[in-house]
Each structure stands twice: as structure tokens, then as C-alpha cells.
Write a protein that binds this ligand. Structure first.
Ligand code: NAG
Ligand code: NAG
Length: 369
């Protein structure tokens, strides 16, 4: 090649690379921990009933593929990923390779819990402890990609949504003895103690901006309502929601304490808004026909007008609900569920800003006590 041709080629490369530049994501990477609400397919090759890699799951996902997400389409993590400006979804740990890990990894696993035994009657799952071990393996590879990649770990977003199964597939399931050992208050405290250690390990692996999701109103899921029957004068199983409420109140305090205690840490709590708030949508029927474990029957037909339904299967929301959850976590649309900041603020503001908010909260907590 002549020298002139090289110059022209270099110019063309420059032009084409500027033409294809896209909007930079707001964070260099996004790491995800959690249960089926966040799982993008990590259970697909595990021996468990808790997997969703068959139709009709994924019927509304791009390409209509059953990726292993427990919904008809995207989950709330996918929506947060889009809002952060990433042009691809965060890959599951089970398939993430090479440089992909620099943009983040999703470790979430259906049926997983804070407690390691949670969900075991359904088969294999990746508990929160194991998800952290897996993240440790990822972090150990990062230095190969240079100092910037390593330093980025403290700038990335981390979300953790775990605890639902410690109620559904442990405390309120007769295959487990926890409810005969602990009162709800004690069980919540035992979970919180363990969760606190897990969140500290995440911090020790370099995480600084961490959004922690509360447990949802699992007593209002159709799976639990079909299992226990609604409480008198209620649409939901009230004893389950009451137990979960104790956990969430403790979790808000844990999150404040961790921000105060750990140098450089920014934790925020995001509560699940009540899906029964959602107006006139169909909340008393699942969209797919369900098996006895309340997951969709394989290859069966599904409802029309899926955007009008709350529940996809017996436990998991439809895509339209997931999109709303992702958007309200990101922009705090429903701010009464968020302490102290939404994800948009978490990724853009410094620790001083959050500390001020946490101190305000703690002083009102003390003065009202
Ligand atoms: C307990 O576990 C067995 C399988 O190990 C399952 O068949 C049964 O439905 C479970 N019970 C409940 C209440 O989930
Ligand atoms: C669900 O609620 C609607 C309207 O309230 C009612 O017409 C329908 O029969 C209910 N379906 C079930 C399965 O309970």
C-alpha cells in the first residue's frame, strides 16, 4: 500500500469511528445480584424447576426468545440497563466471556436467597453467598485489563434484589423448619445480620454505589394467595406481608448504617411499590397457564393483551410491570419507596450529598423514637 493510501484509510477509519460513537453509559459497568426477578438465564443449565428457558417465557423479548428471564419480556434490570445508556443487556455470569466483564456481569439466580438453603426443594440455585464468590472470581480477572478497569469498580452501579425466596421458598414453605425456630421478628433479624455481611463483602470487592431492593409484597402474589388463601377481609395473605414488612424496615436502617460506617460507600434502599396500586389491570389471574409450582406450563398458549396483566406466572410480573419498576427505581417516580435516593441520583452524586440525606433521616428516626 502507498503512503497516501494509508493516510486515506486512517482518515476513513477516523470518520467511521466518530460516526458510530454512541452515547456513553452513565457508569462504566453494572453488576447485578439477586433472584428470579433479576435472573437473565443463569439457571438454564442447572438441575432445577426454577428456570424459564422455554416458551412461552420470552414471547415479548426481542426476537421472542426464551433467554431464561422469568417474564414475557424484559425484567426490571434490563430497563435500568437501558436507562443507564448501555447498548446491550448485562450478560449472565454463566455465559459472560473476556472483555464483556468490564461492562458488568449479572449473577442473579431464580429461587436464590440470602440463606443458602433457601429454594433447595426446587433444585440447584446460586445463593447470594455463591453469587459473591462468583463476583470475586470476576474481580480477580479485572487487573489483566489494566488500572482503569480496576478503578472503575468503584464507579459502577451494583443492584441487589434478594430476600423474596427467604420468605416464599423458606419461611412460608413447609419443607423448611425456619418458621418453627424463629418468630418473624427473629427471622428478619437473622436475615438482616447475614445480609449485612454479604453487602460488606460486596463493598470489600470494590463496590461503592449499591442499590438494595426491598422484598416485595409477596403475600399478594397469586402463588401465595392460591397456596394459603387470602386473609379475611383482604385480597392478600396478610401474615406474609407483615413478616416482610419487618424485614424491609430493618433493611432501610441497615442501608443507612452501611453508608455511614464504610468509607466511600453509597448505599440506597429501593422498596417495591405495591403492584395492587396499578389501577384497573388484571391482578387476579396469571397470563400463562401455570403448573403446580406456579411457573408457566411449557409451550402452552398465553393471554391476549399482556400489557393489561400484572402477573405473568404465579410469582413473576409481566414485562409492563417490570418496566415500571425499573423506571421508578431509576427516576424515583414513586419516591415514598426510596431511601435516600433513586438510581439516577446514586450514579451521579457524590457521597457527601448522600450522607447529608442519611443524617437527616437518622436524626428524624432518633427524634421520633
Ligand atoms: C416440598 O418439596 C417437595 C419436593 O422436594 C415438593 O414436591 C413439595 O411440593 C414441596 N412442598 C411445598 C409446600 O412446596
Ligand atoms: C377477576 O376479576 C374480574 C373483575 O373484578 C372478574 O370478572 C373475574 O371473574 C375475576 N377472575 C377470577 C379468576 O377470579
Amino acid at each position: 500500500m502507498t503512503r497516501g493510501a494509508v493516510v486515506v484509510l486512517a482518515l476513513l477509519l477516523m470518520i467511521s469511528s466518530t460516526t458510530f460513537v454512541r452515547c456513553e453509559p452513565q457508569v462504566p459497568c453494572y453488576f447485578v445480584f439477586g433472584d428470579s426477578l433479576s435472573d437473565p438465564g443463569n439457571n438454564n443449565d442447572l438441575n432445577t424447576k426454577a428456570k424459564a428457558n422455554y416458551p412461552p417465557y420470552g414471547i415479548d423479548f426481542p426476537g421472542g426468545v426464551a433467554t431464561g428471564r422469568f417474564s414475557n419480556g424484559r425484567n426490571f434490570v434490563d430497563r435500568i440497563t437501558e436507562l443507564l445508556g448501555f447498548d446491550e443487556y448485562i450478560p449472565p455470569y454463566s455465559t459472560a466471556k473476556g472483555r464483556q466483564i468490564l461492562k458488568g456481569v449479572n449473577y442473579a439466580s431464580g429461587a436464590a436467597g440470602i440463606r443458602s438453603e433457601t429454594g433447595q426443594h426446587l433444585g440447584d440455585r446460586i445463593s447470594m453467598d455463591q453469587q459473591l464468590v462468583n463476583h470475586g472470581l470476576t474481580v480477580a480477572k479485572i487487573p489483566w485489563y489494566g488500572f482503569t478497569a480496576l478503578r472503575n469498580l468503584g464507579k459502577c452501579l451494583y443492584t441487589v434484589n434478594i430476600g423474596n425466596n427467604d420468605y416464599i421458598n423458606n419461611y412460608f414453605n413447609s419443607n423448611y423448619s425456619s418458621s418453627s425456630i424463629y418468630y418473624p421478628e427473629e427471622y428478619a433479624q437473622a436475615l438482616i445480620s447475614k445480609y449485612g455481611l454479604q453487602l460488606k463483602s460486596l463493598y470489600l470487592l470494590g463496590a461503592r454505589k449499591i442499590a438494595v431492593f426491598g422484598v416485595g409484597l409477596v403475600g399478594c402474589t397469586l402463588g401465595e394467595i392460591y397456596t394459603f388463601g387470602p386473609s379475611e377481609g383482604s385480597l392478600c395473605v396478610d401474615k406474609i406481608n407483615e413478616a416482610v414488612k419487618i424485614f424491609n424496615e430493618k433493611l432501610i436502617n441497615l442501608v443507612d448504617d452501611l453508608t455511614m460506617e464504610l468509607p466511600g460507600a453509597q448505599f440506597t434502599y429501593i422498596g417495591a411499590s405495591s403492584s395492587t396500586d396499578t389501577g384497573s389491570a388484571v391482578a387476579n389471574t396469571t397470563c400463562c397457564k401455570v403448573r403446580d409450582d406456579f411457573q408457566c406450563v411449557e409451550f402452552d398458549t398465553v393471554c391476549e393483551g399482556r400489557d393489561n396483566y400484572i402477573f405473568w406466572d404465579g410469582y413473576h410480573p409481566t414485562e409492563v410491570v417490570n418496566i415500571l419498576s425499573g423506571e421508578s427505581a431509576y427516576s424515583g417516580i414513586n419516591s415514598k419507596y426510596i431511601h435516600p435516593v433513586d438510581i439516577k441520583t446514586l450514579v451521579s452524586c457524590d457521597r457527601e450529598f448522600m450522607l447529608r440525606k442519611v443524617k437527616d433521616r437518622i436524626s428524624t428516626r432518633l427524634s421520633s423514637a
